[in-house]
Design a binder for this molecule. Sequence first.
Ligand SMILES: Cc1cc2nc3c(=O)[nH]c(=O)nc-3n(C[C@H](O)[C@H](O)[C@H](O)COP(=O)(O)OP(=O)(O)OC[C@H]3O[C@@H](n4cnc5c(N)ncnc54)[C@H](O)[C@@H]3O)c2cc1C
Length: 403
Amino acid sequence: MTARADLVIIGAGTIGGWASVFAADAGNKVVVLERGLVGMGASSRAAGIVRSQGGTPATVGLGRWTIDFYRGQAAAYGTDSGFRELGYLILAITEEDERSGRERVAMQRGEGLAVRWLDADEAAGMMPTLARTGHRGGSFIETDGAIDPPRNVRAYSLAMQAAGVELRERTAFTGIRVERRRGGGSRVVGVDTDGGPIATERVLLTGGPSLRSVGRLAGLRIPAGAARHTVAVLEPHEAFAVERMAMVFDIGAGLYWRLEEGGLLFGWSDPDEMPGEARAIDWHAYERWRERLTGFVPLTRDLGIRRIWCATIDYTPDHLPIVGPGITPDGEPIEGLSVASAGGHGMMWGPAVARVAADLAIHGRTELIDVSDLGLDRFDEHGRSRLAADPIALPFPASAEDD
Ligand SMILES: Cc1cc2nc3c(=O)[nH]c(=O)nc-3n(C[C@H](O)[C@H](O)[C@H](O)COP(=O)(O)OP(=O)(O)OC[C@H]3O[C@@H](n4cnc5c(N)ncnc54)[C@H](O)[C@@H]3O)c2cc1C
């Protein structure tokens, strides 16, 4: 093998892209393999919602770090991902939503987040477009916001170039090369690609919605799923021609909305969606969620639709990220191999997950959050997690199996 790298990263999405920048800035020769073009996975197709209002201390930490990163990006890299602060209201619909929502706020405030509870009148008073009925208010923080996903792809691409990362587009990862260690176990010595092998002692697997198949190529069983997720943008209206209006999440129904170019962007995940690749828009589902949106924002009733797309989103069975060593189905770690997934939250946690992944790949530890629970060893052989699911997530399918 003539090509050599300190670290080879599979996938040039937001996780692989930012991880490569962090690793190269720390003095490593990094090669990123991308089977298509940079950003062609979920990362360019996202809705861009970024929140620190996580359901666990770890996800609060990932969200806060990511927002700080987006805020400091222009100074550090000369580019930005288009982050703008809009505020985020997470609605409670039922009495139980309100009880658990208030508990969540207490946990988040304990983590130092300036989140607060707004009752229905306060929420509608803050947002003239929001109906006063049909909800019980919700948790709110001013500092959550949104990025522009294609601009984020541009930002990490430029940062990769500046950091000297070698990006190999149209080059598919096809497998890892390992060597048995004398004392037992195995370690990485290289990767195979459809453009030839590369010698390396460190490999980071990413892949977003394709992570399960990327893992399989490396001999791992990664319970990462893929499902359809749909986003639509409504025509401009004067009520949305404002600098700032809070984003809203109706968690139980998997519906969210935010400002977009003078109109409203709304997205949803169907709780009954089957795992698998997004192939076509489900127009019946569109009608259902559109109707639900109208209940909360009545003036959208007569607005035309300007844009709609569906794409394949990544998820994990407990809605939490996966970061840690590559472990074979027999429970044996492969030295030098690690895995990273933002579990469908790559805009709000992506840079933080990438930072953790780069830290773990290079130093074997990270200071960013406690990751001891977030590795592959939390899943049993059926892909079931021993952790409680993060309650603030889209209603992804319960299983990560699609074949
Ligand atoms: C419609 C939609 C809306 C979303 N909205 C939001 C949102 O508002 N907020 C939020 O936080 N998250 C959102 N997400 C989720 C977010 O986009 C993802 O979590 C994130 O982009 C995942 O990043 P990634 O780098 O892990 O994966 P990806 O961006 O999918 O990148 C993985 C890359 O790996 C490459 N690859 C796969 N196999 C191989 C191989 N064998 N060899 C080489 N390369 C390979 C793929 O081509 C791909 O480019 C949304 C996703 C979708 C689809």
